[in-house]
Design a protein around this ligand. Sequence first.
Ligand code: 9MG
Length: 297
Amino acid sequence: MTPAARESKPVILPRSTFILMPAILRCGRFSLDLSRPLVMGVVNVTPDSFSDGGKFSSPEAAVAHARRLIEEGADIVDLGGESSRPGAAPVPVEEELARILPVVRALRDERVPLSVDTTKPEVMRRALAEGAAMVNDITALGAPGALEAVAGSDCAVCLMHMQGEPRTMQARPVYDDVVREVRQFLSARVTAAGHAGVARERIVVDPGFGFGKTVDHNLELLRHLREFAALGVPVLAGWSRKSSLGQLTGRPAQDRLAASIAAALIAVQNGASIVRAHDVAATRDALAVWQAVEKRN
Ligand code: 9MG
């Protein structure tokens, strides 16, 4: 069998399959215990995000919102200074730094790690120097210099798949086999990160729901999420308030809580270790019920 044919064979894993995966995620000064699913709370320090319409674009509002999410039980807080919604325009590096750094400085001594959602090596370096503990990159550290920006630190990294770029990604996403192609991409990025010196215990992968994917692509990835866990690093899933949920329910972004929770639970059931969520308290409650059932199994 050729290597290509071997790679394209479906990986079928029963729920009980033992996957050799780190039980902790090293994340700066934190070691996150992955024996229960974690919630990454979203804080958009942007004037134009799809999900909260720029409510937290001032540093003060962003800090207050992050503290509220920590009170609600967020295990990680993800700070974004550049919107990645479909059609979003790029933000210059100085503008992104001006949005993010005051918030990182204000929150760096909180009891949970700060993640910075950025694609820019300069923002990664500056945020890590100010106390961020994780880099969440929707381009999987694909920018020149991004791997080097994180390699010398002890931060965690989230490597996400996206087809295209935010400005155009939803125009016409096409795959022959979405699960195989996304898995191959993430596998290659895990290898590249390893070669750059990022230890496996620092790496998370994410199929990038909604990033250059139709509803059907997103559902197919969700059904097969366990195959991503087979890469041997934790999987992060972000469905919260996304437009696929709007297409499935007919509801606007602010009314997608029930759909977001349903998707988060399915993701965890299918092997996700971390879910990215706007509604942290409700997501934690749903996961507490899931976990209570799991423990008795
Ligand atoms: C920044 N951002 C928006 N959606 C996301 C998702 O699904 N995953 C990750 N890692 N980041 C996201």
